[in-house]
Ligand binder design. Sequence first.
Ligand code: FAD
Length: 420
Amino acid sequence: MKRIIVWFRNDLRLSDNEALHQACLDADEIIPYYCFEESAIHNDSWPFPKTGAFRAQFILESVAALQAQLREEGLELQIYHGSSLKGLLKIKEEYQARDVYCAEEVSQEELDREKEMEENGFKLKRFWQNSLYAKTDLPFEIHQLPEVFTAFRKKMEKYAQVPKALPKPALLKGPEKLMAGELPSLNTLGLATPSFDSRSAFPFKGGGQAARTRMQSYFWEETRILEYKNTRNGLIGDSYSSKFSPWLALGCISAREIYWELKKFEEEVKSNSSTYWMYFELLWRDFFRFTALKEGRSFFRMKEVQAMKTLPHFEAWRIGETGQAFVDANMKELLQTGFMSNRGRQNVASYLIHDLKIPWHLGAAWFESQLIDYDVCSNYGNWTYLAGLGNDPRPNRYFNVQGQAERYDTDGAYQRLWLT
Ligand SMILES: Cc1cc2nc3c(=O)[nH]c(=O)nc-3n(C[C@H](O)[C@H](O)[C@H](O)COP(=O)(O)OP(=O)(O)OC[C@H]3O[C@@H](n4cnc5c(N)ncnc54)[C@H](O)[C@@H]3O)c2cc1C
Protein backbone atom coordinates (compact mmCIF):
# COMPACT_ATOMS: atom_id res chain seq x y z
CA MET A 1 0.00 0.00 0.00
CA LYS A 2 1.74 3.15 -1.17
CA ARG A 3 0.55 6.41 0.37
CA ILE A 4 1.77 9.73 -0.94
CA ILE A 5 1.34 13.04 0.82
CA VAL A 6 0.58 15.86 -1.63
CA TRP A 7 1.87 19.00 0.03
CA PHE A 8 0.07 22.10 -1.27
CA ARG A 9 1.82 25.45 -0.90
CA ASN A 10 1.52 28.05 -3.65
CA ASP A 11 -0.30 25.67 -5.96
CA LEU A 12 -3.80 25.55 -4.47
CA ARG A 13 -5.45 23.88 -7.43
CA LEU A 14 -6.38 20.44 -8.75
CA SER A 15 -5.83 21.10 -12.46
CA ASP A 16 -2.39 21.71 -13.98
CA ASN A 17 -0.82 20.40 -10.82
CA GLU A 18 1.86 17.92 -11.80
CA ALA A 19 2.70 16.94 -8.22
CA LEU A 20 -0.91 15.90 -7.64
CA HIS A 21 -1.15 14.34 -11.09
CA GLN A 22 1.94 12.20 -10.60
CA ALA A 23 0.97 11.23 -7.05
CA CYS A 24 -2.31 9.86 -8.42
CA LEU A 25 -0.33 7.73 -10.87
CA ASP A 26 2.28 6.51 -8.40
CA ALA A 27 0.24 5.88 -5.24
CA ASP A 28 -2.56 3.67 -3.99
CA GLU A 29 -3.81 6.42 -1.69
CA ILE A 30 -3.06 10.11 -1.37
CA ILE A 31 -3.13 12.47 1.59
CA PRO A 32 -3.56 16.13 0.66
CA TYR A 33 -1.86 18.46 3.11
CA TYR A 34 -1.62 22.21 3.77
CA CYS A 35 0.13 24.02 6.61
CA PHE A 36 -0.37 27.58 7.82
CA GLU A 37 3.28 28.07 8.58
CA GLU A 38 3.51 30.17 11.74
CA SER A 39 6.97 31.55 10.93
CA ALA A 40 5.60 32.83 7.61
CA ILE A 41 2.84 34.73 9.43
CA HIS A 42 4.68 36.21 12.40
CA ASN A 43 8.36 36.73 12.95
CA ASP A 44 10.47 39.25 14.76
CA SER A 45 12.24 40.88 11.84
CA TRP A 46 9.83 43.74 11.25
CA PRO A 47 7.34 45.69 13.35
CA PHE A 48 4.38 44.21 11.44
CA PRO A 49 3.30 40.65 10.66
CA LYS A 50 5.10 38.88 7.82
CA THR A 51 1.67 37.97 6.46
CA GLY A 52 -0.83 40.77 7.12
CA ALA A 53 -4.58 40.38 7.52
CA PHE A 54 -5.57 41.04 3.87
CA ARG A 55 -3.17 38.46 2.54
CA ALA A 56 -4.04 35.95 5.24
CA GLN A 57 -7.72 36.39 4.47
CA PHE A 58 -7.12 35.67 0.79
CA ILE A 59 -5.05 32.59 1.66
CA LEU A 60 -7.78 31.33 4.00
CA GLU A 61 -10.40 31.73 1.29
CA SER A 62 -8.21 29.93 -1.22
CA VAL A 63 -7.45 27.02 1.11
CA ALA A 64 -11.16 26.77 1.95
CA ALA A 65 -11.96 26.57 -1.76
CA LEU A 66 -9.39 23.80 -2.25
CA GLN A 67 -10.73 21.97 0.78
CA ALA A 68 -14.25 22.11 -0.66
CA GLN A 69 -13.10 20.86 -4.07
CA LEU A 70 -11.24 17.94 -2.52
CA ARG A 71 -14.19 17.14 -0.30
CA GLU A 72 -16.42 16.86 -3.35
CA GLU A 73 -14.02 14.17 -4.54
CA GLY A 74 -14.18 12.37 -1.21
CA LEU A 75 -10.81 13.59 0.06
CA GLU A 76 -10.08 15.52 3.26
CA LEU A 77 -7.39 18.18 3.16
CA GLN A 78 -5.20 17.77 6.22
CA ILE A 79 -4.77 21.26 7.62
CA TYR A 80 -2.17 22.18 10.18
CA HIS A 81 -1.20 25.46 11.85
CA GLY A 82 2.35 25.61 13.18
CA SER A 83 5.31 24.14 11.36
CA SER A 84 5.08 22.16 8.13
CA LEU A 85 7.43 19.58 9.57
CA LYS A 86 5.38 19.01 12.70
CA GLY A 87 2.23 18.61 10.62
CA LEU A 88 3.95 16.06 8.44
CA LEU A 89 5.29 14.16 11.42
CA LYS A 90 1.73 13.92 12.73
CA ILE A 91 0.52 12.57 9.40
CA LYS A 92 3.39 10.09 9.30
CA GLU A 93 2.46 8.82 12.74
CA GLU A 94 -1.25 8.48 11.92
CA TYR A 95 -1.04 7.13 8.39
CA GLN A 96 2.48 5.76 7.96
CA ALA A 97 3.31 7.90 4.94
CA ARG A 98 6.66 9.50 4.24
CA ASP A 99 6.64 10.16 0.49
CA VAL A 100 5.86 13.79 -0.19
CA TYR A 101 5.10 15.25 -3.62
CA CYS A 102 5.15 19.03 -3.94
CA ALA A 103 5.90 21.95 -6.24
CA GLU A 104 9.52 22.97 -6.63
CA GLU A 105 10.01 26.27 -4.86
CA VAL A 106 12.91 28.67 -5.13
CA SER A 107 12.91 30.84 -2.02
CA GLN A 108 15.42 30.13 0.70
CA GLU A 109 12.81 29.81 3.42
CA GLU A 110 10.95 27.10 1.49
CA LEU A 111 14.19 25.30 0.64
CA ASP A 112 15.22 25.35 4.31
CA ARG A 113 11.87 23.84 5.26
CA GLU A 114 12.25 21.09 2.69
CA LYS A 115 15.74 20.28 3.93
CA GLU A 116 14.42 19.94 7.46
CA MET A 117 11.85 17.44 6.22
CA GLU A 118 14.41 15.36 4.41
CA GLU A 119 16.55 15.33 7.53
CA ASN A 120 13.51 13.90 9.32
CA GLY A 121 13.17 10.97 6.97
CA PHE A 122 10.65 12.30 4.43
CA LYS A 123 11.24 11.59 0.75
CA LEU A 124 10.41 14.68 -1.28
CA LYS A 125 9.68 14.71 -4.99
CA ARG A 126 9.45 18.20 -6.46
CA PHE A 127 7.74 19.34 -9.63
CA TRP A 128 8.43 22.63 -11.41
CA GLN A 129 4.85 23.79 -11.98
CA ASN A 130 4.36 27.47 -11.25
CA SER A 131 5.64 29.19 -14.38
CA LEU A 132 4.66 29.40 -18.02
CA TYR A 133 7.69 27.57 -19.29
CA ALA A 134 9.02 24.30 -17.96
CA LYS A 135 12.46 24.35 -16.42
CA THR A 136 13.46 21.53 -18.76
CA ASP A 137 12.41 23.57 -21.81
CA LEU A 138 14.77 26.48 -21.18
CA PRO A 139 16.92 26.84 -24.31
CA PHE A 140 20.03 27.33 -22.13
CA GLU A 141 21.50 26.03 -18.90
CA ILE A 142 20.04 27.83 -15.89
CA HIS A 143 23.42 29.41 -15.06
CA GLN A 144 23.33 30.96 -18.55
CA LEU A 145 19.96 32.64 -17.99
CA PRO A 146 20.29 36.12 -19.51
CA GLU A 147 20.75 38.98 -17.06
CA VAL A 148 18.42 41.23 -19.02
CA PHE A 149 14.71 40.57 -19.58
CA THR A 150 14.73 41.43 -23.31
CA ALA A 151 17.43 38.86 -24.04
CA PHE A 152 15.48 36.26 -22.04
CA ARG A 153 12.23 37.10 -23.85
CA LYS A 154 13.79 36.83 -27.30
CA LYS A 155 15.31 33.44 -26.55
CA MET A 156 12.08 32.09 -25.08
CA GLU A 157 9.98 33.37 -27.95
CA LYS A 158 12.30 31.87 -30.51
CA TYR A 159 13.25 28.53 -28.99
CA ALA A 160 10.73 27.47 -26.34
CA GLN A 161 7.07 26.53 -26.18
CA VAL A 162 4.62 26.79 -23.33
CA PRO A 163 3.51 23.26 -22.42
CA LYS A 164 -0.18 22.41 -22.35
CA ALA A 165 -1.87 22.69 -18.97
CA LEU A 166 -2.60 19.35 -17.33
CA PRO A 167 -6.24 18.47 -16.68
CA LYS A 168 -7.53 17.65 -13.22
CA PRO A 169 -6.49 14.04 -12.53
CA ALA A 170 -8.86 11.27 -11.53
CA LEU A 171 -8.29 11.61 -7.82
CA LEU A 172 -7.42 8.61 -5.70
CA LYS A 173 -9.04 7.97 -2.37
CA GLY A 174 -7.30 8.77 0.89
CA PRO A 175 -6.76 6.36 3.76
CA GLU A 176 -9.92 5.27 5.50
CA LYS A 177 -10.90 7.58 8.36
CA LEU A 178 -8.84 10.47 7.04
CA MET A 179 -9.60 13.12 9.63
CA ALA A 180 -11.58 16.20 8.60
CA GLY A 181 -9.27 19.17 8.32
CA GLU A 182 -10.18 22.30 10.23
CA LEU A 183 -9.46 25.75 8.88
CA PRO A 184 -8.08 28.21 11.39
CA SER A 185 -9.73 31.61 11.70
CA LEU A 186 -7.90 34.90 11.22
CA ASN A 187 -8.20 35.26 14.95
CA THR A 188 -6.40 32.00 15.69
CA LEU A 189 -3.70 33.12 13.25
CA GLY A 190 -3.28 36.17 15.49
CA LEU A 191 -4.72 38.65 12.98
CA ALA A 192 -7.71 40.96 13.00
CA THR A 193 -10.39 40.71 10.30
CA PRO A 194 -9.81 43.47 7.74
CA SER A 195 -12.75 45.55 6.64
CA PHE A 196 -13.65 45.83 2.97
CA ASP A 197 -13.11 49.29 1.50
CA SER A 198 -15.60 50.10 -1.25
CA ARG A 199 -12.89 52.04 -3.12
CA SER A 200 -10.97 48.78 -3.64
CA ALA A 201 -9.86 48.18 -7.23
CA PHE A 202 -11.47 44.76 -7.17
CA PRO A 203 -13.57 42.67 -4.75
CA PHE A 204 -10.89 39.96 -4.50
CA LYS A 205 -12.03 36.53 -3.35
CA GLY A 206 -9.66 33.58 -3.01
CA GLY A 207 -9.98 30.24 -4.81
CA GLY A 208 -9.84 28.78 -8.30
CA GLN A 209 -13.48 29.36 -9.14
CA ALA A 210 -13.19 33.10 -8.48
CA ALA A 211 -10.06 33.18 -10.67
CA ARG A 212 -11.90 31.52 -13.55
CA THR A 213 -14.86 33.82 -13.18
CA ARG A 214 -12.50 36.79 -13.46
CA MET A 215 -10.77 35.31 -16.50
CA GLN A 216 -14.11 34.65 -18.15
CA SER A 217 -15.23 38.22 -17.67
CA TYR A 218 -11.88 39.92 -18.45
CA PHE A 219 -11.34 37.92 -21.65
CA TRP A 220 -14.70 36.79 -22.98
CA GLU A 221 -17.56 38.80 -21.56
CA GLU A 222 -16.11 42.29 -21.32
CA THR A 223 -13.18 41.70 -23.73
CA ARG A 224 -11.06 44.14 -21.68
CA ILE A 225 -8.04 42.15 -22.77
CA LEU A 226 -8.31 43.78 -26.21
CA GLU A 227 -7.36 47.16 -24.74
CA TYR A 228 -5.00 45.95 -21.99
CA LYS A 229 -1.87 47.56 -23.46
CA ASN A 230 -3.50 50.99 -23.33
CA THR A 231 -5.19 50.62 -19.96
CA ARG A 232 -2.56 48.75 -17.94
CA ASN A 233 -1.13 51.93 -16.43
CA GLY A 234 -4.49 52.81 -14.92
CA LEU A 235 -5.09 53.36 -11.24
CA ILE A 236 -8.82 53.11 -10.51
CA GLY A 237 -11.32 50.31 -10.83
CA ASP A 238 -11.52 46.70 -11.95
CA SER A 239 -10.89 46.99 -15.67
CA TYR A 240 -7.50 48.68 -16.18
CA SER A 241 -5.63 45.37 -15.69
CA SER A 242 -6.44 41.70 -15.28
CA LYS A 243 -6.14 41.45 -11.45
CA PHE A 244 -4.96 37.86 -11.96
CA SER A 245 -1.96 38.30 -9.64
CA PRO A 246 -3.40 37.17 -6.27
CA TRP A 247 -4.68 33.91 -7.75
CA LEU A 248 -1.42 33.36 -9.60
CA ALA A 249 0.59 34.00 -6.45
CA LEU A 250 -1.23 31.23 -4.60
CA GLY A 251 -1.57 29.04 -7.65
CA CYS A 252 -5.39 28.97 -7.55
CA ILE A 253 -4.96 29.11 -11.31
CA SER A 254 -1.73 28.47 -13.20
CA ALA A 255 0.02 30.82 -15.60
CA ARG A 256 -0.30 28.12 -18.27
CA GLU A 257 -4.05 27.87 -17.82
CA ILE A 258 -4.27 31.63 -18.40
CA TYR A 259 -1.89 31.44 -21.34
CA TRP A 260 -3.89 28.73 -23.14
CA GLU A 261 -7.15 30.55 -22.51
CA LEU A 262 -5.50 33.62 -24.03
CA LYS A 263 -4.46 31.59 -27.09
CA LYS A 264 -8.02 30.31 -27.45
CA PHE A 265 -9.30 33.86 -27.25
CA GLU A 266 -6.79 34.98 -29.89
CA GLU A 267 -7.93 32.21 -32.21
CA GLU A 268 -11.64 32.63 -31.68
CA VAL A 269 -11.96 36.39 -31.22
CA LYS A 270 -8.92 38.49 -32.00
CA SER A 271 -5.20 38.76 -31.52
CA ASN A 272 -3.63 42.21 -31.11
CA SER A 273 -0.80 43.97 -29.30
CA SER A 274 -2.81 43.89 -26.07
CA THR A 275 -3.31 40.14 -26.09
CA TYR A 276 0.42 39.80 -26.79
CA TRP A 277 1.18 42.14 -23.88
CA MET A 278 -0.59 39.88 -21.41
CA TYR A 279 1.82 37.10 -22.43
CA PHE A 280 4.69 39.62 -22.19
CA GLU A 281 3.81 40.43 -18.57
CA LEU A 282 3.42 36.76 -17.64
CA LEU A 283 6.88 36.31 -19.09
CA TRP A 284 8.23 38.91 -16.65
CA ARG A 285 6.84 36.72 -13.90
CA ASP A 286 8.73 33.74 -15.34
CA PHE A 287 11.88 35.82 -15.66
CA PHE A 288 11.95 36.65 -11.95
CA ARG A 289 11.16 33.06 -11.03
CA PHE A 290 13.97 31.62 -13.14
CA THR A 291 16.33 34.34 -11.94
CA ALA A 292 15.58 33.36 -8.34
CA LEU A 293 16.30 29.75 -9.27
CA LYS A 294 19.59 30.73 -10.86
CA GLU A 295 20.77 33.03 -8.10
CA GLY A 296 19.62 31.10 -5.02
CA ARG A 297 20.21 32.90 -1.75
CA SER A 298 21.93 35.88 -3.39
CA PHE A 299 18.66 36.77 -5.22
CA PHE A 300 17.49 38.45 -2.01
CA ARG A 301 20.63 40.51 -1.57
CA MET A 302 19.98 40.39 2.13
CA LYS A 303 23.61 40.77 3.05
CA GLU A 304 23.00 44.47 2.63
CA VAL A 305 20.35 44.52 5.37
CA GLN A 306 21.60 46.34 8.39
CA ALA A 307 20.27 45.79 11.86
CA MET A 308 17.34 48.12 11.58
CA LYS A 309 13.70 47.82 12.45
CA THR A 310 12.15 51.00 11.23
CA LEU A 311 12.82 54.65 10.52
CA PRO A 312 10.50 57.66 11.02
CA HIS A 313 10.19 58.41 7.31
CA PHE A 314 9.47 54.78 6.62
CA GLU A 315 6.48 54.88 8.95
CA ALA A 316 5.12 57.96 7.12
CA TRP A 317 5.58 56.14 3.80
CA ARG A 318 3.95 52.95 5.12
CA ILE A 319 0.76 54.68 6.24
CA GLY A 320 0.59 57.21 3.40
CA GLU A 321 1.55 60.36 5.31
CA THR A 322 4.68 61.54 3.49
CA GLY A 323 3.10 64.73 2.14
CA GLN A 324 3.70 63.58 -1.47
CA ALA A 325 0.07 63.20 -2.56
CA PHE A 326 0.52 60.59 -5.31
CA VAL A 327 2.67 58.39 -3.08
CA ASP A 328 0.28 58.82 -0.15
CA ALA A 329 -2.77 57.92 -2.21
CA ASN A 330 -1.12 54.71 -3.38
CA MET A 331 0.12 53.78 0.07
CA LYS A 332 -3.34 54.35 1.54
CA GLU A 333 -4.84 52.09 -1.09
CA LEU A 334 -2.34 49.37 -0.15
CA LEU A 335 -2.93 49.87 3.58
CA GLN A 336 -6.70 49.72 3.25
CA THR A 337 -7.15 47.07 0.56
CA GLY A 338 -3.99 44.94 0.20
CA PHE A 339 -3.63 45.88 -3.48
CA MET A 340 -1.96 48.57 -5.60
CA SER A 341 -1.57 49.03 -9.35
CA ASN A 342 1.74 48.34 -11.06
CA ARG A 343 2.16 52.05 -11.83
CA GLY A 344 1.61 52.84 -8.18
CA ARG A 345 4.09 50.19 -7.03
CA GLN A 346 6.83 51.52 -9.27
CA ASN A 347 6.33 55.05 -8.00
CA VAL A 348 6.13 54.34 -4.28
CA ALA A 349 9.13 52.02 -4.49
CA SER A 350 11.20 54.58 -6.38
CA TYR A 351 10.16 57.27 -3.89
CA LEU A 352 11.20 55.15 -0.91
CA ILE A 353 14.54 54.19 -2.42
CA HIS A 354 15.61 57.28 -4.33
CA ASP A 355 13.81 60.20 -2.64
CA LEU A 356 13.56 59.09 0.98
CA LYS A 357 16.82 57.12 0.69
CA ILE A 358 15.45 54.32 2.84
CA PRO A 359 16.86 50.80 2.33
CA TRP A 360 14.64 49.00 -0.16
CA HIS A 361 14.32 45.94 2.09
CA LEU A 362 11.90 47.75 4.36
CA GLY A 363 9.63 48.56 1.47
CA ALA A 364 9.81 45.00 0.17
CA ALA A 365 9.00 43.67 3.64
CA TRP A 366 5.93 45.91 3.91
CA PHE A 367 4.76 44.76 0.48
CA GLU A 368 5.29 41.16 1.58
CA SER A 369 3.08 41.72 4.58
CA GLN A 370 0.39 43.67 2.84
CA LEU A 371 0.03 42.61 -0.80
CA ILE A 372 -2.58 39.93 -1.37
CA ASP A 373 -0.65 38.98 -4.49
CA TYR A 374 2.69 38.75 -2.68
CA ASP A 375 4.96 36.46 -4.62
CA VAL A 376 8.49 36.07 -3.40
CA CYS A 377 10.13 36.19 -6.85
CA SER A 378 8.04 39.02 -8.33
CA ASN A 379 8.28 41.13 -5.20
CA TYR A 380 12.00 40.86 -4.53
CA GLY A 381 12.77 40.85 -8.25
CA ASN A 382 10.90 44.11 -8.85
CA TRP A 383 12.30 45.80 -5.75
CA THR A 384 15.91 45.00 -6.56
CA TYR A 385 15.32 46.01 -10.17
CA LEU A 386 14.07 49.44 -9.04
CA ALA A 387 16.89 49.74 -6.54
CA GLY A 388 19.32 49.35 -9.42
CA LEU A 389 20.58 46.02 -8.07
CA GLY A 390 20.07 42.56 -9.40
CA ASN A 391 19.22 41.99 -13.00
CA ASP A 392 19.88 44.61 -15.60
CA PRO A 393 21.46 46.87 -12.98
CA ARG A 394 21.30 50.56 -13.76
CA PRO A 395 22.17 53.06 -11.08
CA ASN A 396 19.26 55.40 -11.60
CA ARG A 397 15.85 53.82 -12.06
CA TYR A 398 14.29 56.99 -10.80
CA PHE A 399 10.63 57.92 -11.21
CA ASN A 400 9.79 61.60 -11.03
CA VAL A 401 6.72 61.04 -8.91
CA GLN A 402 5.17 64.45 -9.47
CA GLY A 403 5.60 64.08 -13.24
CA GLN A 404 4.11 60.59 -13.08
CA ALA A 405 1.09 61.87 -11.14
CA GLU A 406 0.50 64.54 -13.78
CA ARG A 407 0.77 61.97 -16.54
CA TYR A 408 -1.19 59.06 -15.08
CA ASP A 409 -3.59 60.87 -12.74
CA THR A 410 -4.14 63.88 -14.97
CA ASP A 411 -7.32 65.12 -13.32
CA GLY A 412 -6.25 64.07 -9.81
CA ALA A 413 -9.20 61.67 -9.47
CA TYR A 414 -7.06 58.91 -8.00
CA GLN A 415 -5.50 61.18 -5.39
CA ARG A 416 -8.92 62.57 -4.42
CA LEU A 417 -10.30 59.05 -4.12
CA TRP A 418 -7.77 58.06 -1.46
CA LEU A 419 -6.94 61.36 0.21
CA THR A 420 -10.32 62.94 0.83
C1 FAD B 1 7.93 47.09 -6.29
C2 FAD B 1 7.02 46.06 -6.95
C3 FAD B 1 6.64 44.93 -6.24
C4 FAD B 1 5.82 43.97 -6.86
N1 FAD B 1 5.42 42.86 -6.14
C5 FAD B 1 4.68 41.91 -6.73
C6 FAD B 1 4.28 40.74 -6.03
O1 FAD B 1 4.64 40.53 -4.86
N2 FAD B 1 3.48 39.84 -6.68
C7 FAD B 1 3.10 40.00 -7.98
O2 FAD B 1 2.38 39.16 -8.52
N3 FAD B 1 3.50 41.07 -8.67
C8 FAD B 1 4.27 42.03 -8.10
N4 FAD B 1 4.62 43.14 -8.82
C9 FAD B 1 4.33 43.20 -10.27
C10 FAD B 1 3.02 43.86 -10.69
O3 FAD B 1 2.91 45.11 -10.09
C11 FAD B 1 1.79 43.03 -10.37
O4 FAD B 1 1.95 41.72 -10.85
C12 FAD B 1 0.53 43.60 -11.02
O5 FAD B 1 0.35 44.93 -10.66
C13 FAD B 1 -0.67 42.77 -10.63
O6 FAD B 1 -1.85 43.27 -11.18
P1 FAD B 1 -2.57 42.51 -12.39
O7 FAD B 1 -2.71 41.07 -12.08
O8 FAD B 1 -3.81 43.26 -12.70
O9 FAD B 1 -1.47 42.68 -13.53
P2 FAD B 1 -1.59 42.67 -15.11
O10 FAD B 1 -1.04 43.97 -15.59
O11 FAD B 1 -2.94 42.31 -15.58
O12 FAD B 1 -0.52 41.56 -15.54
C14 FAD B 1 -0.86 40.18 -15.71
C15 FAD B 1 0.05 39.34 -14.88
O13 FAD B 1 1.41 39.49 -15.32
C16 FAD B 1 2.31 39.39 -14.20
N5 FAD B 1 3.04 40.66 -14.08
C17 FAD B 1 2.66 41.88 -14.49
N6 FAD B 1 3.62 42.79 -14.23
C18 FAD B 1 4.62 42.11 -13.62
C19 FAD B 1 5.90 42.48 -13.11
N7 FAD B 1 6.36 43.74 -13.15
N8 FAD B 1 6.66 41.53 -12.53
C20 FAD B 1 6.24 40.25 -12.46
N9 FAD B 1 5.05 39.85 -12.94
C21 FAD B 1 4.26 40.76 -13.51
C22 FAD B 1 1.44 39.17 -12.97
O14 FAD B 1 1.38 37.79 -12.69
C23 FAD B 1 0.07 39.72 -13.41
O15 FAD B 1 -1.00 39.12 -12.72
C24 FAD B 1 5.42 44.14 -8.21
C25 FAD B 1 5.81 45.30 -8.91
C26 FAD B 1 6.60 46.25 -8.29
C27 FAD B 1 7.01 47.45 -9.07
